[in-house]
Ligand binder design. Structure first.
Ligand code: GLA
Length: 411
């Protein structure tokens, strides 16, 4: 059996202690508190959040923790140790410098949130923060390390700087601010699935998020209780052209959305052919086959996700698994976001007996998920690792994913 590598997951106590240690070593005082937010995995419903579709994610156990204290000037000081990073990385940015497109780096996920909260007049005190960040959410793995960073920062900022809105109103404001950090400051045109999951996740629950109505409900999800397990295999393959490729998929869908909006309708009102008929009258839609496949994915993936929600509620995991695999095929053939590494891992999991397997998240690298019998967790991981080795791909890293609590204060 091939050797398998499992991602590190610290306990909350260990994370708190590591975040505090990093904070005091850097700023020479104790932080006001430590806040955390998880990464996420999407069970089904990918590349539909920006098309008013339905997604079915859950929050992971793996957390990003932020120790924070307020400052009286406009500086945001950051020290981080992210997974795979050995030495702390430090950075100091004035909030006066933050805005659209700046900084368009990892730091934008942090300072962009504080900037967006200030722009929304959500904080009582608009000055800077000292922050120390430690994380177990793998970076560049399609598991939303960026949302974990944004959501933990948002909570820390709101509690340290004071919220100007009532508690109930704060979550939508924070969701909006974390998305602005990602869309406007960093410049990634993502759709909001990640931040909602990181804020709202609950143990043993998946979230059915409906982006047409911007509402969500919980769906009981405890695979372990049914003798099953959800395996994540991070292919560790470099993300290829993620921004340009993601942006181009989204750009096409935004064009179609604009055509539908003119008649006050949505993707859910039509079959693929009906939408293509409408598009035939627009100059943009010259490549009919391309539009058929892209729009086809949106319509079919949302329908599949609706069915998957019902099957999960009924506990029909065999059919649920089949839908996962169909979703993968659609993302591969129609939406074209699947790399050879992702496809190889899915095929290896299915050959090893998984009930279903698919890429998860944005694609172009990152992770796959496989629904397996609990006793097959190790052997499926080994089969995926072996398949990667045979094809000369990077060694994957594995996680046993369990639906967990969303963003919260740890101490
Ligand atoms: C990334 C984006 C999300 C979503 C997924 C694909 O994770 O951040 O908004 O579009 O890809 O489902």
């Amino acid at each position: 059996m091939a050797i398998t590598h499992w991602a590190t997951t610290r306990t909350e106590e260990q994370l708190v202690s590591d975040a505090k240690k990093l904070f005091t070593a850097t700023y020479d005082e104790e932080p006001t508190g430590v806040w955390a937010a998880p990464g996420r995995v999407n069970l089904i419903g990918d590349h539909v959040d920006y098309a008013e579709g339905i997604c079915l994610p859950f929050a992971l156990e793996q957390l990003t923790a932020v120790a924070a204290s307020g400052r009286n000037d406009n500086l945001v000081n950051i020290v981080t140790i992210m997974p795979g990073q050995e030495e702390p990385r430090t950075l100091s940015i004035s909030l006066d410098e933050v805005g659209k497109g700046n900084p368009a780096t990892w730091a934008g996920y942090i300072v962009g949130v504080i900037w967006a909260l200030n722009s929304a007049n959500a904080l009582v005190c608009k000055t800077g923060l000292d922050l120390a960040v430690v994380s177990d959410v793998p970076v560049g793995s399609g598991l939303s390390s960026s949302a974990a960073l944004e959501c933990s920062t948002a909570l820390a900022a709101v509690e340290v700087k004071g919220a100007s809105f009532k508690k109930m109103a704060m979550y939508p404001v924070m969701v909006e601010a974390t998305m602005r950090a990602e869309n406007d400051v960093v410049g990634a045109s993502t759709g909001g699935l990640d931040q909602r999951t990181s804020f709202y996740g609950k143990p043993n629950q998946a979230l059915e998020i409906d982006f047409l109505y911007d509402e969500f409900s919980f769906v009981p999800c405890n695979f372990d209780d049914h003798g099953l397990a959800l395996l994540i295999a991070d292919t560790n393959a470099p993300h290829r052209l993620i921004d340009g490729q993601y942006g181009s998929r989204r750009g096409l869908i935004d064009e179609v959305t604009a055509v539908l909006r003119k008649e006050d309708s949505t993707f859910r009102d039509y079959k693929v052919d009906q939408i293509l008929e409408k598009l035939a009258k627009t100059p943009e839609c010259s490549d009919h086959d391309l539009y058929r496949r892209r729009v086809g994915h949106i319509i079919n993936e949302t329908r599949r996700t609706q069915q998957a929600v019902t099957l999960l509620r009924e506990g029909d995991f065999t059919k649920f698994g089949k839908l996962m695999t169909e979703s993968h095929v659609s993302l591969r053939d129609d939406y074209e976001v699947v790399t050879p590494e992702l496809d190889g891992a899915v095929n290896a999991a299915l050959s090893a007996g998984a009930l279903g397997a698919r890429m998860t998240g944005g694609g172009f690298g990152g992770s796959i998920i496989a629904l397996v019998k609990k006793e097959d967790l190790e052997s499926t991981a080994a089969a995926i690792a072996e398949a990667a080795e045979t094809r000369g791909f990077a060694e994957p890293t594995f996680l046993h994913a369990k639906p967990s609590e969303g963003a919260r204060r740890l101490v």
